[in-house]
Design a protein around this ligand. Structure first.
Ligand SMILES: *Cc1c(COP(=O)(O)O)cnc(C)c1O
Length: 428
């Protein structure tokens, strides 16, 4: 067939084919640690990376390989590496780029866990992050110095309803000769394809909308295959002889697949943040219905957010899918199919009313997760952001009077009725 397949076809078929041994139509869970070599020469060729195949499931596994190919296809990349969590994917994405003393220029609007990972934990590796307002393009460019090795942001940022102007940030990265890494977890490739806006690498938490039903912890890095790792001399792990792989030059040998092969042959081999085949299977099941779910997530989020915004008990709603959002104008260019289903709202009655609301909802689940078929709710100030000062809570979009919701794919009218009765109880 000559015409390219559409997204809905690819989310079901990309990377998968009937099992060659049994004809099984669904991708089997290859629950095995190791793979029998044909003979001694075959084993030697695999270990030399002269032949691609399966050796040991810390590196590669047939079920995980299907998911990697599907993610690469859906994001429009050259290759992908799955790993054990979204946070694992972020470390795995930075690992080949960084050295002690190097920094990443990062948006100050990121998932809270990423702020902690970047501001605290990566310092133990001698890396650092410089947080900048990504709407201030001059500040982003000014934050880049000779030790910068990457620029990092989220397409739709969790949870404040912020959308990054990816094209403008990609232009800065290109001028600086640096890779742009985009966390596309909240948008998914159905709503936004960062590589089309100039991203070099895309990272995901598979845990959220991609698996979609709260069963898996997983991550993925997709490489656009477009970055010239040899141009600047700044990325020796990819361009120079790799001592941890008997002097192999990854970029020279593997071209657009250099980052992917390095991620498997060095990253997974030595860091071991491997996705297990069972988790890959659940995620493949989830992705088969991604477009249908995301359409409903977005439709429901618009309905619930619009209703909340008109309710006199609500101070404000931060959802980029509402015309009142300062970032609504970016929906059309960055995520034209919708702004996903994660947002916050503020109660005029403040902290105590938020606590009562959380206890009064019936359909919404009170959990620290997002991107589930179920609607989820959390009061960040008393939970995930509890350790922060009141000033830090406000800056993080988690003020004491703010509640975060992840709108599921239930009947929107039921969700609105649930919030209505819970608000009534919260004000009683
Ligand atoms: C959840 C999340 C992560 C971390 O992913 P885990 O799978 O929980 O490790 C990173 N970025 C964003 C935007 C997330 O929502």
């Amino acid at each position: 067939m000559s015409r390219p397949y559409g997204f809905d076809t690819l989310q079901i078929h990309a990377g998968a084919r009937p099992d060659s041994a049994t004809g099984a139509r669904q991708t089997p869970i290859y629950q095995t640690t190791a793979y029998v070599f044909r003979d001694a020469d075959h084993a030697a060729a695999l270990f030399n990376l002269q032949e691609v195949g399966f050796i040991y499931s810390r590196l590669t596994n047939p079920t995980v390989a299907v998911l990697q190919e599907r993610m690469a296809t859906l994001e429009g990349g050259a290759g992908a590496v799955c790993c054990s969590s979204g946070h694992g994917a972020q470390i795995m994405a930075l690992f080949p780029l960084m050295r002690p003393g190097c920094n990443v220029v990062a948006s100050n609007r990121l998932y809270g866990g990423t702020i902690t990972q970047f501001s605290q934990t990566i310092r133990r590796f001698g890396w650092s992050a410089r947080f900048v307002d990504f709407d201030d393009l001059d500040a982003v460019a000014a934050a880049v110095d000779d030790d910068t090795r990457a620029i990092f942001c989220e397409s739709i940022s969790n949870p404040g309803g912020y959308i990054t102007d990816l094209d403008a940030i990609a232009a800065i990265a290109e001028r600086a000769g640096l890779p742009l890494i985009v966390d596309n977890t909240t948008a998914t490739p159905y709503l936004c394809r960062p590589i089309e806006h100039g991203a070099t690498l895309v990272v995901h938490s598979l845990t959220k909308y991609l698996t979609g039903n709260g069963t898996v912890t997983g991550g993925c890095i997709i490489d656009s295959g477009r970055f010239d790792w040899s141009a600047s001399g700044k990325f020796p792990s990819l361009s120079e002889p790799e001592p941890a792989y008997h002097g192999l030059k990854f970029h020279e040998t593997f071209g657009p697949l250099a980052f992917t092969f390095h991620g498997i042959a060095i990253g997974l081999r030595d860091l071991g943040m491997t996705l297990n085949p069972q988790a890959a299977h659940y995620t493949l099941m989830g992705i088969e219905t991604l477009s249908l779910r995301m359409q409903r997530h977005c439709e429901n989020a618009v309905k619930v957010a619009s209703w909340l915004e008109k309710d006199p008990r609500i101070a404000y709603v931060t959802y980029a899918g509402l015309p009142s959002s300062p970032w609504y104008h970016r929906v059309e260019t960055i995520c034209p199919r919708g702004a996903s289903s994660l947002f916050t709202f503020s109660l005029k009655a403040g902290y105590e009313a938020c606590m009562k609301l959380i206890d009064a909802v019936e359909i919404f689940s009170h959990v620290a997760n997002l991107g589930d078929t179920r609607s989820l709710i959390i009061h960040s100030a008393s939970t995930t952001h509890r350790q922060l000062t009141p000033e830090q809570q406000v800056a993080a979009g988690a003020a004491p009077d703010v509640v975060r919701v992840s709108i599921g794919i239930e009947d929107a009218d039921d969700l609105i009725a649930d919030l209505d009765q819970a608000l009534t109880q919260a004000h009683a």
